[in-house]
Design a protein around this ligand. Sequence first.
Ligand code: G6P
Length: 459
Amino acid sequence: MTVVVSNRGPYRFVARPDGSFDARIGSGGVASSLGPLLTSGAAGSDAAWIAAAVDDDDRAAVRGGAVDASGVSLTLLDLDPSTYRLYYDVVSNGTLWFLHHGLFDLPRRPRFDRRFREAWDAYSSVNLAFASAVADVAADGAVVLVQDYQLALVPGMLRRSRPDLRIAHFTHTAFCGPNSIRVLPTDIAEQICASMATVPCGFHSARWANAYSASAREILGAEAEIAPTFVASLGPDPDALATVAASPATAAASTALADTVGDRALLLRVDRIDPSKNIVRGFHAFDTMLAEHRAWRERVIFVARLNASRETMPEYLAYRNEVEQAAQRVNERWGTSDWQPVVLDARDDFPSTVAALLRYDALLVNPIKDGLNLVAKEGPLLNERDGVLCLSPEAGAWDELGEAALRIHPYDVDQAAGALHTALGMNRDERAARGARLRALAGARTPSDWLDDQIRSAG
Ligand code: G6P
């Protein structure tokens, strides 16, 4: 038996006016890749998934008995909303996400005080609720796959309550290094590392695995026993992508995109609106490219497909404003009566994303830090024009794709502008050679390879 444990489940349940619920695929890499895998039975017929009810609609679905997923026995935990907010907003997103992606403005944030301690208690109690739910459903000797930074304390708790289980923890994000982990209060860094150290810990890239090992060693000391790490990157599901690409919804979205882009070049990005994605500097780089290479004026459109994310947090709302203003500045500076240089597209609609991935001439992926970045792999697999991938080495996907991508320095805006110019102007032969190599590299691993690696590594 395999039990998957993650904060976000495979579906978000959205209430319909008639009182029933619509099950929509959750956002982010964990839900969108694990969901289809588990519901298709890839983890065996007796797989179970434990996740949180993440909002009021989810909680109503739990209470109404409407939580259902084919192929997997799904439990959503109906947690106290204010406890959940402290666990999710304050600790998971406001602290651990910022820590692992290097987003703190250290002279100002974080500040660990009494309010934070309350949030930490909430984080511990939610982790305990997850561990207890696993202990209730897991058969003797079951494999338990705990996902991500929201659940860093679950491995240690389960080790104590259920020594029979085979457990792995998989982090989908970057992991901070030994200097940064010292930002956390010492006892909290110890609890996180001590818990993770009890089970094999997996990462998308060797960089994050090494950073975790060095951090755990720093915090727990030279003599501590630390279970081994493993590196298992996720890859897109080529068949699922091909099905969406061939759908009528994608065809309609492609027609609409062709109307917008016309015969101009298309620069594309696809991201959640998150400070780690470095969206504002992407617009600055585009602005610099238009300033320095006049030939691109009127000849290129930058489509940014951006999904709203974590909007209960002031930092995310402020970042969204900065993103919108940066895009507007480029449009005001360079736009003409029949050319809007930047098109922001916030529709949460996968066929429209697929249509854009089929058509781009250059794809910009320039995160400050990113555990993997699945779009960097989905793009090359789908793209029909040998589009150039402009990739930050701070994305885990760089390990696998870097040799065929153009490097984008996440902070060096002039360098990034030069790389965008090179990408958009690259000759056909070089694009074809890079495109073929990228397709091979991006398709080398599937979601089931990744799941199998986790199951095999659990100990
Ligand atoms: C990243 C994390 C996931 C998370 C996703 C979306 O991919 O690794 O754990 O689910 O972002 O973020 P959210 O906070 O909306 O779940």
